[in-house]
Design a protein around this ligand. Structure first.
Ligand code: AMP
Length: 430
């Protein structure tokens, strides 16, 4: 199987070869042909599978087949949940379209809208956007989606987790009803299927290698530890192992900040990345982590979603996620492109249920280690952290207009839903 045999045009093949890709990844091999045929596609794939090229390459091919107009309307819209993912997808659009006469642009919140509006005014063929800023600019009359031919909804499951359902529905109404739709999601809950049904017409369904296969190549460990000793233990593990690049997950933004400060005062360079950080701070933290000047990046699930950091050797769960699928996403960051990695979870008594759920999902028992001096507290309750506790803390801190309003929408749906929805109460904390 080669990119050429998939039917992509010469300028695109040239860009692919410049990137150094030799063969299409499984999701690319499966998704590219139906997209080129103009069909709607529903793809099950997470970051790391090569999904971005899976939709970007055929999209660029289709757009470049039709002659451009002098005035360039937005002909393709790629909607992503986070700013980081939007920036990454845009970087790919730029690389893959290097030898085509196609213009791309990216818009997201947290930065000045003026340069974004100015770029769009000059004409853009492919727009990558997060929902909030897209709707903002559209409602100000600074962009129009009336000529969109191809719509891509990337990481649809995370979109719903972040409370973007109503925004997605709004965006859909701004586009012509006759268009090609591509939807990518790592998981397929009932809500995702419902969304897919409302967006896609008779879609071709494609799937990347099941997630659990990737899990098997990652060396996973659980350290049972008293809750109050987690910070000291993580600092010891990183220092003793002399680890140079560690991605640490915490459940809350506050937890990420606190842990980051502790690391720094112990002489470990660290930066936090989460929804309350400005775009500048997030970009700087990520750049420092990639170039090695920051050893530890402490992230919440939502902020880390979509980060493409290749060959990450160590991922540590400072706290286990309460959605088991998030565990698979988190540790999947060590096993990119076939490279092996180590995933460590610090587990206190109140996370026992989460651990059990995760082991059920990945269908394997994870080896448990106890470090002398950091033993678990035998008297601690194994009762999981109650969602109610989260909600209270949430209210106290929800001074972010966007996240609090989106959350209120979520909380409504979580009343009648399962454990996956339960976690959405935490969203403004992540
Ligand atoms: P994605 O899942 O789209 O975030 O891609 C994950 C990583 O795989 C990115 O660093 C891509 O540049 C890389 N990648 C995508 N397609 C291929 C391919 N066919 N061969 C090798 N690397 C690829």
């Amino acid at each position: 199987m080669s990119f050429k045999s998939l039917g992509l045009s010469e300028p695109i093949l040239k860009a692919i070869s410049k990137k150094g890709y030799e063969t299409p990844s499984p999701i690319q091999a499966k998704a590219i042909p139906p997209v080129l045929e103009g069909k709607d596609v529903l793809a099950s794939a997470q970051t790391g599978t090569g999904k971005t090229a899976g939709f970007t390459l055929p999209l660029l091919h289709l757009l470049s087949e039709n002659p451009k107009e002098k005035y360039r309307p937005i002909r393709a819209l790629i909607l992503t949940p986070t700013r980081e993912l939007a920036a990454q997808v845009y970087a790919n659009v730029k690389e893959y379209s290097e030898f085509l006469n196609i213009r791309g642009a990216v818009i997201f919140g947290g930065v000045n809208q003026k340069p974004q509006a100015a770029t769009i005014r000059q004409g853009v063929d492919v727009l990558v956007a997060t929902p909030g800023r897209l709707i903002d600019l559209e409602s100000q009359g600074l962009l129009s989606l009336k000529r969109v031919e191809i719509f891509v909804l990337d990481e649809a499951d995370r979109m719903l987790d972040m409370g973007f359902l109503r925004d997605i529905e709004r965006v859909m109404k701004l586009m012509p009803s006759k268009r090609q739709n591509l939807m990518f999601s790592a998981t397929f809950s009932k809500d995702i299927k419902k969304l897919a049904y409302s967006i896609l017409n008779n879609p071709v369904q494609v799937e990347a290698t099941p997630e659990n296969t990737a899990v098997e190549v990652i060396d996973q460990k659980v350290y049972r530890v008293a809750k109050g000793k987690k910070t000291d233990l993580i600092i010891k593990l990183i220092s003793d192992g002399n680890w140079k690049q560690v991605l640490v997950f915490t459940r809350t933004k506050h937890g990420a900040n606190k842990l980051c400060k502790k690391m720094i005062s112990s002489g470990i360079t660290a930066a936090a990345i989460h929804g309350n950080k400005s775009q500048g701070a997030r970009t700087k933290a990520l750049a420092g982590f990639k170039n090695g000047s920051v050893r530890v990046l402490v992230a919440t699930d939502i902020a880390a979603r979509g980060l493409d950091i290749p060959l990450l050797p160590h991922v540590i769960n400072f706290e286990l996620p309460n959605i088991s699928e998030d565990y698979v996403h988190r540790i999947g960051r060590t096993g990119r492109a076939g490279a092996s990695g180590e995933a460590i979870s610090l587990v206190s008594a109140d996370e026992t249920t989460y651990l059990r759920d995760i082991e059920k999902l990945i269908n394997m028992k994870i080896d448990v280690t106890i470090v002398e001096g950091f033993e678990p507290d035998p008297n601690a309750s194994t009762e999981p952290i109650k969602p109610g506790q989260n909600r209270n803390q949430n209210r106290g801190r929800s001074n972010n207009r966007n996240s609090s309003s989106r959350n209120s929408g979520n909380n409504k749906s979580s009343n009648k839903s399962n454990s996956r929805n339960r976690s959405r109460n935490n969203d403004s904390r992540r």
